[in-house]
Design a binder for this molecule. Sequence first.
Ligand SMILES: Cc1cc2nc3c(=O)[nH]c(=O)nc-3n(C[C@H](O)[C@H](O)[C@H](O)COP(=O)(O)OP(=O)(O)OC[C@H]3O[C@@H](n4cnc5c(N)ncnc54)[C@H](O)[C@@H]3O)c2cc1C
Length: 590
Amino acid sequence: MPTTLAATELRGGEFLLRPSDPQTPRFPEDFSEDQDLIRQTVQDFIDTRVRPNLDRIDQLDLEFSRQLLTELGELGIIGIPFPEAYGGSNMDFVTSMLLSELFAQTHSFSTTFNAHTGIGMLPILYFGTPEQKQRYLPELVRGERVAAYCLTEPGSGSDALAAKSQAQLSEDGQHYLLRGQKMWITNAGMADVFIVFAKIDGQHFTGFIVEREWAGISFGEEERKMGIKGSSTRQVFFENVKVPRENLLGEIGKGHKIAFNILNIGRIKLAVGAVGGSKEAADHSIRYALERRQFGQPIAQFGAIQHKLAEQATRIFVVESASYRAAQQIATRKEQLLAEGHSLATALLGAAEAFSIECALLKVQGSEGVAYVVDEGGQLFGGLGCSEEAPMAVLYRDSRINRIFEGTNEINRMLSVDRLIKRSLQGELDLKAALQSMEKASPLGTEVPYAEEKNQLWALKKAFLLLLLHSLQRKGQKMAQEQELLIYLSDWMADVYLAESALLRTEKRQQNEGPAAAEAFLELSQTYLQESLDRCWYRSRRLIAALTVGTAAATLEDRINAILRFPARDVTALRRRIAARLLKAEKYAF
Ligand SMILES: Cc1cc2nc3c(=O)[nH]c(=O)nc-3n(C[C@H](O)[C@H](O)[C@H](O)COP(=O)(O)OP(=O)(O)OC[C@H]3O[C@@H](n4cnc5c(N)ncnc54)[C@H](O)[C@@H]3O)c2cc1C
């Protein structure tokens, strides 16, 4: 039976092999008083200092953005995830996630803030020497100086290790001479400290900490972007910049560890930021649907509009549930690593790496979730959806970048399956044994809460493992080149993780507060689960057709159909109920 396999803690990727205990994750309704206080402080700051000045920020008033960072430093908000030794308050990872969600309301400024506190500062915290940390972090935590991260070049984006920037040790061995060109650098117009990646002697990909004042650094014009217009983005040129030897970051030739490990954290934070942005767009959509009248009634009365509102809410709910679930998993793993004697830096990096599959899936689903929400939000605004006088246009433009940076969605999809296969080959995840035990398990009976939903999730996992193992058997090493098939598999995994997270949240609420309190969560979970079942069935057909022919294909298809065959839920009725709740609350209310 599925429940006999339950355990409290899962390793990264293990959600595909076992069920999870609903009491283990912490969701937004479980936040502590400290976290609620931080939420209030940040919300007050956003409402008073940022929201009234969004236009000024979007006109690229960098002095103002810098001033906001200093104020956030003074309030201790930048320092929340940083150790006390550097002026921070060392709060847990879930609180950092909450910050990312809240800052999404600051539009362009959230990109400035995230680049500074994330890709800009974290490499120093995780890979810096004690001297480097002491020298740079306190000022960055106070918001007195601003950080940026220079990885991308004109010729190397997704293929970051193909960078052409070079560094050479001087004859006296005192400094490196840095030469190269970086592109799309967030905060470049105002940053004081740059994390720069270059190849020592043209070979060893390495990180450096570079300061703006040093001779030989120059900048391109501000990029004219379609969105996040208030975030500075420029090219940065390094012409024989003398970088003192002590500013080499991490180890020679290990720059990829810095560049890629930082991204796991960036990806999950991007997902929860997308949730924050989506909630704002959903609130605008709900209010407009109630206010706008056509054919003698509010457009909120039309089924087509209710479908959009309910679908917006469903996507927000599932990504939010999965983001905070993964954040909790990372936080727990970090505590375990700390208890084993690892430093704070290695513990958080190791924990994020352990859940790199979930981080990659969430990045994709968060960015595509917000894309849906702002697109359909704009649609229900009609002509006003295209107007700069109404709220949706800026949200639409600002959200587009999310599918591109922190690793494009194509790269993240490939990565998620690649990591799963590697973990299986390394013996960390026993996919075959999991499938065998699933084959033996019988469905849960109706006495188990949410038995039908759990059986459906179980079926999705079983069919996924069957098809993944079948793909590997057919294609072997060549599977890595079958990108279209990898995308089906990645999206299947994402559906499982999101649907399960939503259901866990529902069950936790049901256990803690009773079934009535969990009713709305159940409607959202069931809607997503039904759509997942249908999407995965479609994917199974594409996978089987591409991998197998003749009677073998027919047999496999029959087997998958038998696993995935459930009576269809009436998602139309579910969505109407969800929409009714949203319209009653006049905002996103879950
Ligand atoms: C506003 C903005 C801010 C940014 N901020 C920063 C920053 O602060 N620091 C920084 O270093 N970079 C930054 N970037 C750069 C960003 O990370 C890159 O744009 C991104 O990684 C994609 O690289 P690229 O633009 O070269 O696209 P490419 O890598 O050329 O990709 C083009 C297309 O091909 C696809 N593709 C590429 N390789 C593969 C593959 N193997 N398989 C399948 N498909 C593939 C991609 O998914 C994409 O759809 C920023 C970009 C923007 C637009």
